[in-house]
Design a protein around this ligand. Structure first.
Ligand SMILES: [Zn+2]
Ligand SMILES: [Zn+2]
Length: 298
């Protein structure tokens, strides 16, 4: 039982191009998680979504869940780059939190509509539905299921489900971190866009519980936009340092960390040097590279 993760992109804030960014990639955050029974879960829809769509297109048409952490444009712009929206046979369930500025339906239908985009959602060939992910700060974190039998929530069939929990993390406008468990055998926490230094005691308790329970996650994917030395100058920008990330992972008992939301100005040479520092402190950890597949769990 394992999860497979494809990295479409993990650049932070804005896409970048050019030979100097070829190794780690220039597209913004979009990942594809495939469950052991073929469940397909897209994590955020940054410009890396075009690469995620290419991977999906190699599989049979069917249901895909897209889970949004929040609606900043670097996590949304790839919605305009998904050719599968224009093909029948595909069904996309767009799932995300409701913040003061609106729901997932509000955010997506504003972006995918004139004057920003020519074809509104209701005229796309794929079936598209919206669902609100309940944002809860308490322990328990709003379980949600992804899988073929999800329509009958009363059926207990854990083999065919990914269990998704979320908790709020500090970021301007709000952001959810998610934990996805595949039948208790493999688990991943996706925590893009959080400013760990701005956490309250309640934030810390909730996020560490998300990472730890029911057992330490097999992989923590986390925002490493800054180094600690710079982070002070960018307080309030909503991002964390890789040093804080490794410290909190250690507190949570997580030994494998995938660092992302790479700063747009950080070229491959800079990120390779950073990765060496990261590995010196946490040998199981690495920086996200676009185009890479990883296996999580056994
Ligand atoms: Zn971002
Ligand atoms: Zn953001």
């Amino acid at each position: 039982m394992s999860l497979r993760l494809f990295i479409g992109g993990m650049r932070g804030s804005r896409p970048v191009t050019g030979a100097a960014f070829a190794e780690f990639g220039g597209d913004t955050t979009s990942l594809l998680l495939v469950g052991s029974h073929g469940e397909r879960l897209v994590l955020d829809a940054g410009t890396g979504m075009h690469a995620v769509a290419e991977q999906l297109a190699e599989t049979d048409p069917g249901e895909v869940t897209v889970l949004f952490s929040h609606y900043h444009l670097d996590h949304m712009a790839g919605l305009t780059m998904n050719p599968l929206f224009y093909r029948s046979g595909w069904s996309f369930r767009l799932l995300g939190p409701t913040f003061a500025d609106g729901s997932v339906r509000d955010a997506v239908t504003r972006l995918l509509a004139p004057p920003y985009w020519p074809l509104p959602v209701e005229r796309m060939s794929a079936q598209i539905e919206f669902a609100a992910f309940p944002a809860e700060r308490k322990r328990g974190h709003s379980p949600f299921s992804v899988g073929p039998d999800r329509k009958d929530e009363k059926v207990e069939c854990p083999l065919f489900r990914l269990r998704v929990r979320g908790c709020l993390v500090p970021h301007p406008g709000g952001c959810l971190a998610y934990r996805i468990d595949d039948d208790q055998h493999a688990s991943v926490v996706f925590a893009t866009d959080l400013e760990w230094q701005k956490r309250t005691a309640a934030d810390e308790t909730a996020f560490l519980a998300l990472c730890r329970e029911p057992k330490p996650a097999d992989l923590l994917i986390i925002d490493a936009h800054f180094a600690r030395a710079q982070a002070q100058a960018f307080a309030g920008w909503g991002h964390s340092s890789w040093e804080d990330d490794l410290d909190l992972a250690r507190s949570a008992g997580v030994s494998r960390v995938l660092l992302g939301h790479h700063a747009p100005e950080a070229d491959d040479k800079t990120l390779r040097a950073l990765e060496q520092q990261v590995k010196n402190r946490s040998p199981g950890s690495m920086l996200a590279r676009a185009g890479q597949w990883l296996t999580i769990g056994r």
